[in-house]
Ligand binder design. Structure first.
Ligand SMILES: Nc1ncnc2c1ncn2[C@@H]1O[C@H](COP(=O)(O)OP(=O)(O)OP(=O)(O)O)[C@@H](O)[C@H]1O
Length: 444
């Protein structure tokens, strides 16, 4: 793990103190206060005498503490030692470096912690599983697979696990990445001929969290790489946490060997929250942002935005922003008027082959262009047949016209796709669920 040296750390401390001290005090600091180093979770600083120590403790200890914590990323104590208390035995024990916060965790959202997560029936099990994993990584559920719809708190829980472990003082190496970042890192590593560094980086983690794994669907090379990363971590008893918008068995273009590994540990889901939980989430958000909103208004918002917590919070922000912009009180009437704009307008949807291709491609994690390509590998051919089937079912287009939308294919190809999917649908309930979900996405 990368380390920060004492000189680097002290420079950062002086930088954060600088704006708070006048020139004279700053010089006094530089001459009389000296960093000694670290022992366990304490940072020792030498000061000339007790009087100096008391002055520093009351005024500056919190700033120094938070600077050190931002480097070490866990709770650190700061202790000022008068020069006559610094003895050889302490000096021989202290270290001159501390492990640095790994770069991968820099983008953790500080608000996504367990104490900011509202627990209700819809997420109780997922929350408990995440807590258990955070308390004892790799000892309870490994891998932990969390799935649920858009904006229901999967990322929040993954960040909460990361924060918890990083603050526990275990000095574990934690990496939270989206599957998109994993893929981009891999592509960059291959193009820069740094594949071994890529592997070393991901395989040296104690805890690896990969968000939105469904986007690995159809990406064969990335899946291969992730498969080996998974094996290395799992075999050396390190924790893997994965999130997705659907359970493993529904990520249809994910390799079987990867899918079955995801099922080794615990699979837990998050459902849309009930009304009470939605109100509690809004209340917490208002409290956190220091805004006063009457319970009736919160309830009104919660009643109207039901299935996505990101949108729920967005609605509250919008109402409050509107009120502050026009200097109006936040009332239920105001919320009603603002939400009128927010709720989707019910214009009839035009179902076109482009729309169908876009939704099918996004579901299977492939590009729309692939539908028109000549590729016949299963990860492309199958979604293409599904898209043809849906064009036949949801539009009035003729078979030749559908064929044209798929790179000028013959009408017999379209008919074959339609018949094949229709036949499979009568025997395969998983496929039925898949088609239903895609239809829901198309119909909005
Ligand atoms: N139970 C909860 N308590 C408090 N806030 C929550 C809860 N669940 C979700 N949120 C908030 O809702 C927002 C969306 O959550 P998050 O990004 O974790 O969703 P997600 O399931 O990862 O979504 P996506 O599928 O888009 O990746 C965040 O601001 C998060 O803090």
């Amino acid at each position: 793990m990368a380390k920060s040296s004492l000189t680097e750390i002290w420079e950062l401390v002086l930088n954060s103190l600088g704006p708070k001290l006048d020139q004279e005090t700053f010089e006094l600091w530089q001459q009389s206060v000296h960093p000694l180093g670290f022992h366990r979770d304490t940072f020792f600083i030498q000061v000339p005498n007790n009087f100096f120590r008391d002055w520093l403790v009351t005024r500056y200890a919190p700033i120094i503490k938070s600077t050190i914590q931002s480097i070490a990323y866990h709770d650190m104590e700061v202790q000022f030692l008068p020069a006559d208390e610094v003895d050889e035995s302490l000096l021989s024990r202290i270290r001159k470096t501390i492990p640095k916060q790994p770069a991968d965790i820099c983008h953790l959202n500080p608000r996504y912690t367990f104490d900011k997560f509202v627990v209700g029936d819809s997420n109780r099990f997922a929350h408990a599983a995440c807590r258990a994993v955070a308390e004892a990584p790799a000892e309870t559920y490994n891998p932990l697979f969390i799935y649920g719809g858009v904006g229901l708190g999967k990322t929040h829980l993954m960040h909460a696990i990361s924060h918890h472990i990083l603050h526990s003082g275990n000095h574990m190496r934690v990496s939270y990445v989206t599957s998109e970042k994993f893929t981009n890192d891999l592509i960059a590593a291959i193009s820069q001929r740094e594949s071994s560094q890529f592997r070393e980086r991901y395989r040296s983690m104690d805890i690896l969290l990969v968000d939105d794994i469904q986007f690995l669907a159809g990406k064969e090379k990335t899946q291969e790489e992730f498969f080996h990363t998974f094996n290395t971590l799992y075999e050396s008893n390190r924790q893997i946490i994965i999130s997705s918008d659907r359970p493993p068995k529904e990520i249809t273009t994910l390799e079987d060997r990867l899918r079955s590994r995801f099922e080794w540990g615990l699979i837990t889901d998050i459902q849309p929250p009930d009304l009470e939980t939605r109100i509690a989430i809004l209340r917490n958000k208002a409290q956190f942002d220091n805004i006063t909103v009457h319970d009736d208004t919160l309830e009104y918002i919660a009643q109207h935005i039901k299935s996505n917590i990101r949108e729920l919070e967005g609605a509250l922000i919008r109402v409050v922003a509107y009120a502050s912009l026009y200097k109006l009180p936040v009332t239920t009437e105001l919320a009603a008027s603002v939400l009128k704009d927010l709720l989707p307008k019910r214009t009839p949807i035009q179902i076109t082959p482009d729309l169908i291709q876009e939704k099918v491609a996004s579901y299977f994690g492939i590009k729309c262009e692939e539908f028109k390509s000549r590729k016949r590998t299963r990860n492309i051919a199958f979604p293409r047949q599904v898209a043809m089937y849906l064009c036949r079912e949801l539009t009035d287009l003729s078979l030749p016209d559908i064929g044209k939308e798929f790179g000028g294919r013959d009408h017999t190809t379209v008919l074959h796709a339609f018949e094949k999917i229709s036949e499979q649908l009568s025997q395969d309930s998983l496929l039925e669920e898949t088609i239903t979900k895609i239809k829901q996405n198309i119909l909005g």
